[in-house]
Design a protein around this ligand. Structure first.
Ligand SMILES: *Cc1c(COP(=O)(O)O)cnc(C)c1O
Length: 232
């Protein structure tokens, strides 16, 4: 039962908050529903869950066409510039912005739709070759470019830490992310606020919460393993 799984994960998030002296209300659990059917999403909606995470623009479009209730859809995947138009206006937040060109495209589309798009800047905190995301200094630079982007609101940072055997090994990376968040916040840049920190997945979300995550993105622990074998 996905609702049971969700409650169990939420409980572990709350306990991690208490260990760290944080208010559990500060942490949003985003249920990463990519590749999973709408019935599972509806089961969670029936328990009051509103925050869902999707990686693929087409899947976001089809799910938001099928489920029209007001939900918070978080776009967490790699976003190509030609797909920005499908995501702006549907997602409440784009977690995965890692280039100036992508940010500019989001600004353009949000201006066209007359809305302000909340985004996070993705940081490749462990410098992994296989992953997207900016270095810390590149992230600072990108935030400086938001000055004249009045339809973009940079709300914080996002990272996917390495897949490690022992999640404790990611603690230092999560700690570094929180330090970077505070450093950028102290610059008081226009159109930039740094209240959000999106980090922590199935294997390491408790450590991420202990180190300051405000958004944790959990898929497998809620929905079970993903099956990509039927995908084109
Ligand atoms: C798939 C995905 C998740 C969820 O991963 P799990 O390990 O299944 O919890 C979180 N963040 C991003 C960016 C993802 O692509």
């Amino acid at each position: 039962m996905v609702s049971e799984n969700y409650k169990e994960v939420r409980k572990r998030v709350d306990e991690a908050c208490l260990r760290a002296g944080r208010d559990p209300k500060e942490v949003t659990l985003v249920a990463v529903s990519k590749t999973k059917p709408c019935e599972m999403i509806r089961e969670l909606m029936a328990c009051g869950v509103k925050d869902f995470g999707e990686n693929y623009a087409q899947e976001l479009v089809s799910k938001t066409e099928e489920i029209t209730d007001p939900l918070n859809w978080h776009f967490i995947g790699n976003l190509q510039r030609n797909k920005v138009k499908y995501v702006v206006g549907r997602a409440c937040m784009i977690h995965s912005v890692s280039s100036l060109k992508l940010l500019q495209e989001i600004q353009k589309e949000a201006a066209k739709k007359q809305l302000i798009m909340s985004v996070l800047i993705e940081v490749n905190i462990a410098g992994e070759q296989t992953k997207t995301g900016l270095t810390e200094e590149e992230a600072v630079e990108l935030c400086r470019h938001a000055e004249d982007m009045d339809h973009v609101s940079i709300r914080g940072l996002m990272t996917s830490a390495p897949l490690v055997e022992n999640p404790e090994d990611n603690r230092a990376y999560f700690h570094e992310m929180n330090a970077l968040r505070m450093r950028i916040d102290s610059l008081h840049l226009p159109n930039v606020s740094m209240e959000e920190l999106s980090m922590g997945m199935t294997h390491d979300f408790e450590i991420a919460v202990e180190e300051g995550a405000t958004l944790v993105r959990v898929g497998t622990a809620i929905f079970g393993a993903r099956d990509y074998s039927h995908k084109a």
